[in-house]
Design a protein around this ligand. Sequence first.
Ligand code: NAD
Ligand code: TYD
Length: 351
Amino acid sequence: MKKTILISGGAGFIGSHVVRRFVNKYPDYHIYNIDVLTYAGNLENLKDVEDYENYTFLRGDITDENFVKTIFNEYKFSSVIHLAAESHVDRSIADPLAFAKTNILGTMVLLNAAKQCWNNSMENKLFYHISTDEVYGTLDSTGLFTEKTPYDPNSPYSASKASSDHFVRAYGETYKLPFIISNCSNNYGSYQFPEKLIPLFINNILNNQSLPVYGDGNYTRDWLYVTDHADAIDLVFHKGKVNDTYNIGGFNEWKNIDLVRLLCRIMDEKLNKSEEKSSKKLITFVKDRPGHDLRYAIDASKVQKELGWNPSVTFEEGLEKTIDWYLGNKEWLEHVISGEYQTYYEKQYNN
Ligand code: NAD
Ligand code: TYD
């Protein structure tokens, strides 16, 4: 069936993988990508699909009510897949208001426009909100986040995402807006901006810069290869139960320090570095992140059982593919490491 889908944040890391997947797999759908192109949004991420007939880029801010209303009126989207957000915890600690604005207000503006546009009939409409496992707060060394775990966010980023999830659910209850929410664990893969752990450390190894591990490095994350997340988003969008929530994760927990050592080992092999010159020597323990969540781990059995989703690559495979991509796309890296990046880096790591 023909669908007109608004994907927000499609020029970002995960969004670009979702746009690429949908325009290739569903030639009958028309994909509109709204993105304001912050430091994290980059049209180079979508160069391979920019000329597709079933793809349109709309440069705009999701917090701009007039713009969002205008595009809903003009294109009559039947569904929204909402990924646009400020997404980096460290930046949220430095500038929490920017996170409230985009993540909370921006989500509400999209919800309002969808509600208005779909007022006559909510049939076959869907607001699919992409969220994070960080809304659940932190785990100690045992247990997993399920869809029933109470929200308990600790950082301004996770608090803003939790708030946006609540608004999506509230629009479902109050205005009967059909929605789905999925909460996913840490993603990694190609096109990720080099401020998040894995691409930052790949970039630093390439530049022989230190690898700043926060605290003692014993923090645990559950890593998922980004195209496996895009695969889950596709399944949830088409087969998920409306007004329901799905947790998505990699069944793949790593302590940061172990992950960094594995990354160094693979990089050393790729760069022909001897043990003496190993990238491991760049590891530096630095001041901890305030309010650092100890452990995230997702119970993804619901999406597995109900929708038949499973991650397709092991962590070692995914990490190697990711490293190969960054080694083969140094120009992309150079382009995103702009003046703004240098200023951010100075502020974040040289204090
Ligand atoms: P990202 O930071 O790489 O990309 C975000 C995109 O949103 C960028 O293209 C940016 O330009 C755009 N954007 C930001 N503010 C905007 C605004 N006001 N108007 C329009 N566009 C705007 O983020 P990502 O890592 O791809 O994450 C995408 C979504 O997935 C986010 O909602 C995030 O919370 C969620 N998520 C991310 C992860 C992860 O590990 N990266 C895990 C779970 C959930
Ligand atoms: P990050 O990629 O920022 O994702 P999130 O905070 O959303 O989980 O960080 C992943 C883990 O790596 C987290 O425990 C913080 C840690 N970390 C470092 O130790 N050093 C760094 O420079 C960064 C960016 C992250």
